[in-house]
Design a protein around this ligand. Structure first.
Ligand code: ADP
Ligand code: MG
Length: 344
């Protein structure tokens, strides 16, 4: 890719990114400015790495999403993966491709500044420095961002998708379906979302559950865990595949986010079951183990159980209050195909 050759310039942009970034620390003795960053993980801990793309028109729309939200969500995706494994964030890296004409205009420069404001605000909340990255001119009129998160966890103790057992109870954090509901509202309005505070915006400003993941690991509470990025039905399927179990969800217990509940009980439940990008945690624990009602200030809800599997493919059943049951198909939302439709 061509380097940016525009008035603001790549160097000026990097200088700006560098000025806004945290100073070096014992775990990140060298951040932005050299050919590599240097990380020094605390003794007795191992390193976890995750990368996630945030692509214009696939994960956000420049005409609907405030730039701060795009920055926030870019980092939140990676932080949520660390949370799912009980890891503590160490440093973030960002590869960013920007349309050449963006840095040539005041409005484009303002967009980039606000993007970094959003990213940095979330980074500061979890003390994760932006320790490096790369900047290039995008080959199209599209913003492309790839975030790399490095975290640490005690040796051999990370939460995985593969440890859950038949007989375990199934739990989730927070409320589900809010992100899908907020996005549906944004599509319906068809114009830039206006936001004051970041709270109460599950799609625009999701909160990665770093504190919950770390507590689950520290207290040895979870046998298997992952984050709900593609929707409960899809991510529960991942847990079942990796752990070799089936699952049952008690429909009446699924915690539906108020934004989704507003759309009616049926639509609300559908969004809670299949709406992606809630970034809550889904985890299993022995059924006999007492589970707190909240962990790290986040409510925990028991939503079902894992059962023995005899077939090759995992099966998930949705159980109604009257005991009737039906199969729950893995069906995450394909958010950005218009009109919003199910993934095939
Ligand atoms: P090189 O050409 O040696 O890769 P660059 O000029 O690309 O160096 O980057 C200079 C410094 O700025 C490096 O420390 C790099 O990590 C950092 N950097 C470049 N782009 C970004 C970005 N988008 N976000 C954070 N840091 C960046
Ligand atoms: Mg570079």
């Amino acid at each position: 890719m061509k380097k940016l050759k525009v008035p603001m310039g790549e160097l000026a942009l990097i200088e700006q990114i560098r000025r806004g970034s945290r100073r070096n620390s014992p775990t990140v003795p060298l951040g932005i400015g050299d050919d590599c960053a240097i990380l020094r993980p605390p003794a007795g801990r191992e390193v976890l790495v995750t990368t996630d793309f945030t692509l214009e028109n696939r994960h956000f729309r420049r005409d609907l999403h405030p730039a701060e939200s795009v920055g926030h969500r870019t980092l939140a995706r990676g932080l949520s993966d660390l949370a799912a494994m009980g890891a503590s964030p160490l440093a973030a890296f960002l590869s960013l491709a920007l349309p050449g004409k963006m840095l040539a205009t005041k409005s484009g420069q303002a967009w980039v500044e606000r993007f970094f404001l959003g990213l940095r605000a979330l980074g500061d909340q979890y003390s994760v420095p932006l320790a490096g990255g790369d900047t290039a001119e995008s080959p199209a009129d599209l913003i492309l961002a790839d975030i790399i998160l490095v975290g640490t966890a005690p040796l051999g103790k990370s939460l995985r998708r593969s440890g859950a057992k038949a007989g375990d109870a199934l739990y989730c954090t927070g409320r589900l379906g809010g992100a899908a509901a907020e996005l549906a509202g944004m599509f319906a309005k068809g114009r830039m979302a206006r936001v004051g505070a970041t709270e109460g915006h599950p799609h625009l400003f999701p909160e990665p559950r770093i504190g919950v993941g770390a507590a689950l690991l520290r207290r040895g509470l979870a046998t298997g865990c992952l984050d709900i990025s593609d929707g409960l039905s899809t991510d529960l399927t991942h847990l079942c595949v990796e752990s070799g179990v089936n699952a049952e969800i008690d429909a009446a217990t699924v915690p539906i986010h108020p934004l989704a509940a507003k759309l009616g009980p049926e639509a609300g439940l559908k969004m809670a079951l299949h709406g992606g990008e809630d970034y809550e945690l889904l985890f299993a624990a022995p059924a006999t183990r007492k589970m707190p009602r909240s962990i790290a200030g986040v409510e925990i809800t028991r939503i079902g159980r894992l059962t023995r599997r005899q077939q090759r493919q995992p099966q998930i059943a949705l159980v109604n209050a009257d005991g009737s049951r039906r199969p729950l198909e893995a069906a995450g939302w394909e958010h950005f195909s218009a009109p919003p439709a199910r993934k095939s």
